[in-house]
Structures are given as structure tokens and as C-alpha cells.
Design a protein around this ligand. Structure first.
Ligand SMILES: Nc1nc2c(c(=O)[nH]1)N[C@H]1C(S)=C(S)[C@@H](COP(=O)(O)O)O[C@H]1N2
Ligand SMILES: [Mo]
Length: 166
């Protein structure tokens, strides 16, 4: 059976591409980022730099934004490309196999040093789980991040329903 496509990268790029597990495994040693718990104690897995992926697809000069799409739960984030470029990791495996959904897999985006939720364009909310597509755009793209504390609390409540206590 063919490996499923884990990540599509398209939009304002010279060479749009689909990445499967094996494609990510073939990226050079210099682009590997082992053990992302070094950046966030509660996050798990190994990845590759966003830069290594962008080098392969070659963003066009007019690309200013990177839009991160999670089709699974319809969550989207759009951040300035310059701000995110050298800061980010695409996490896709744990213990040598694919990253599970409990860790935001099969692919999770990770900003190494994000700002607190909804305090800046590059905040913790931009750490998209179940990442299915990276889209390069000229202008800001779709962004469904919660805009205030109430919306943020509601999102987290919906994401991880607490079992009823009794
Ligand atoms: N696909 C998806 N990614 C998401 C979210 C979401 O609802 N769906 N929530 C975001 C928000 S608001 C935050 S603060 C972080 C929380 O990550 P954590 O569960 O690892 O702490 O994930 C982000 N990534
Ligand atoms: Mo968040």
C-alpha cells in the first residue's frame, strides 16, 4: 500500500509538493529537529525545520504569509512568513513511527518560542495540530484562531471535554 500524503505545500511557490512519511525522512540531517519536548515540555516528537520544506518548494518572492490548515477540525492560522520562517518545526514522528493524533499528529506545527495565546501573530495558538496543508499566500489567509479569552476557553473546552465528576 502507498504511504498516505501527510502534508501538501502549495500556493505562491515554484514547486508545489505532497510530502509522505518517506519524503520527510529523506530530508538532510542538518534539517532534523529531534525531541521537541526541549521547546515545550508537554509536546512530543521529532521533526524537520520548516525552512527545509520551504527550500524544496521555493516560495515565490511575493509570498508574504504562511497559512496553516488543519482539515480535520477546520482550524486555520495565517502568519507572516518572515516571522515564522526560521522559528518553526514540522513534527511528524515519535519513536521512529508516525506521530499519533494524541500528540497532534500525523503532522503538528511547532513554533519554538511562541507568544502567549492571542498576544501576537505568532502565538501558541499557531501551533496547529493535524496539519494537512501549508499554503503560501501574498496576503493574509484564513485564520480561525480564537480572538479573546472567552473564545479561547470555549475552543479548549470543545477540544478536550472534561469527564463529568461525580
Ligand atoms: N488543529 C488544531 N490545532 C490547534 C488548536 C485546535 O483547536 N485545532 N488549538 C490551538 C490552540 S488555541 C493552542 S493554545 C494550542 C494548544 O496546544 P496543546 O494542546 O499542545 O497545549 O494548539 C493550537 N492548535
Ligand atoms: Mo491558544
Amino acid at each position: 500500500m502507498d504511504d498516505p500524503v501527510l502534508l501538501r505545500v502549495d500556493g505562491a511557490v515554484e514547486g508545489p509538493r505532497d510530502f509522505r512519511f518517506e519524503d520527510l525522512e529523506r530530508l538532510p540531517e542538518s534539517s532534523r529537529v529531534p525531541d521537541v519536548s526541549r521547546f515545550h515540555p508537554k509536546r512530543r516528537g521529532d521533526g524537520v525545520t520548516l525552512d527545509a520544506i520551504l527550500d524544496l518548494v521555493r516560495p515565490r518572492p511575493e509570498a508574504n504569509y504562511l497559512t496553516l490548515h488543519a482539515d480535520k477540525d477546520d482550524f486555520h492560522v495565517s502568519v507572516p512568513l518572515d516571522a515564522v520562517r526560521r522559528e518553526s518545526v514540522v513534527v511528524y514522528k515519535l519513536g521512529g513511527v508516525g506521530l499519533g493524533a494524541e500528540n497532534g499528529g500525523p503532522v503538528r506545527f511547532l513554533v519554538k518560542d511562541p507568544a502567549a495565546c492571542h498576544t501576537s501573530e505568532l502565538d501558541d495558538c499557531a501551533n496547529v495540530k493535524y496539519l494537512s496543508r501549508l499554503e503560501l499566500t501574498v496576503r493574509r489567509g484564513r485564520d480561525t484562531r480564537p480572538a479573546d479569552d472567552a473564545a479561547h476557553a470555549a475552543l479548549h473546552a470543545a477540544e478536550a471535554p472534561k469527564p463529568a465528576t461525580g
